[in-house]
Design a protein around this ligand. Sequence first.
Ligand SMILES: C[S@@+](CC[C@H](N)C(=O)[O-])C[C@H]1O[C@@H](n2cnc3c(N)ncnc32)[C@H](O)[C@@H]1O
Length: 186
Amino acid sequence: MKKLASKMSFLKTMVCDFKVAAVASSSSYVVNRVISKIDDGLNLIIEQGSGDGVMTKALLTKLSPDGALILIETNPEFVKQLKKIEDKRITIFFGTVQDFYKKIDANHSKADLVISSIPFSFLKTSERDEVIKKSFEVLSDSGSMVIFHQYSLLMHKYVKKYFKHVSIFFEPRNVMPCFIIFGKKK
Ligand SMILES: C[S@@+](CC[C@H](N)C(=O)[O-])C[C@H]1O[C@@H](n2cnc3c(N)ncnc32)[C@H](O)[C@@H]1O
């Protein structure tokens, strides 16, 4: 029942905001697939497009007790839901990823992981490149980027441009089967 309510709430939010770009949050198959490939004990994770927090909650299990998780989300309804996750390690940035990167100094904060499920197809070519470039710069030398809940391989070439090791997975068990792209700096 709780699951159905959360599905309906996601759908309602999507109807009011086309930028949500999904009719349902990521399935447990997508979440588990991503999480199984992430190391434990990370110190800084940046999540772009957190939605209702389905991946966020799983990411918390990968964060060290004194680590930090930065959430970037444009939809006010989702931001309200994200604020309900009680964890002192979370900081929420209400706005676009593009604006977030204009406000921070990428050379200062070294993240272990940048994870994104934003609808890149809605961005201009230059913005897509800029988001991946800035995400690369904000990562530590051993950091990684994951792009999930993508309905095409549009972002593959952008990830390949910056990251040394790139791998792709396809997860059919999702409302709209989707691709997951992993990029590792080394
Ligand atoms: C496909 S949904 C994925 C939501 C959630 N992460 C999941 O896996 O179910 C994309 C999310 O990105 C947010 N979003 C869209 N464009 C964005 C942008 N430029 N910057 C940050 N968030 C954005 C939407 O509001 C939505 O919550």
